[in-house]
Design a protein around this ligand. Structure first.
Ligand SMILES: [Fe+2]
Ligand SMILES: [Fe+2]
Length: 137
């Protein structure tokens, strides 16, 4: 997977749209599962994984790269710190996917933890990282 090829301003709009959509998609997975449609819920979680994988590549490969080029690694430290949530987030996604194989007993807990982690992470990105990048365009 490579970073999406689009101007940074448009990319940030796209990333914000994904932030806004993800909690609803995660809820859909839980609702689909709770109605007993296990095979229907799996692709919804797989979609979350797909969306987040591309999303993270764009933030690290495009936004962080741009930031480091503009202000240097030292001054980028606070933003690097925000992006260091990514492995933890992807781990929760993988756990959610894996728990679907073993009967969904932990899937809902994993998805709720993921939602919580994302809410906090997205807030930091939208309040700190994205405005900083935009201010340097
Ligand atoms: Fe992120
Ligand atoms: Fe993000």
């Amino acid at each position: 997977m490579k970073p999406r090829d689009m101007p940074i301003r448009e990319l940030i709009e796209k990333l914000k749209e994904e932030h806004a959509a993800l909690p609803g998609i995660i809820d859909d997975a839980v609702i689909t599962y709770k109605t007993g449609n296990l095979s229907g819920a799996f692709p919804v979680i797989a979609e979350v994984r797909e969306t987040l994988s591309q999303h993270i590549i764009d933030e690290e490969g495009t936004l962080l790269k741009f930031l480091i080029e503009k202000i240097g690694k030292g001054s980028s430290e606070p933003y690097i710190k925000i992006l260091q949530d990514h492995p933890k987030i992807m781990k929760l996604v993988e756990q959610s996917v894996e728990s679907t194989y073993t009967g969904w007993t932990e899937t809902e807990t994993d998805l709720n933890l993921l939602k919580e982690a994302l809410a906090n992470h997205h807030k930091q990105e939208e309040e700190e990282l994205y405005p900083k990048v935009i201010s340097l365009l």
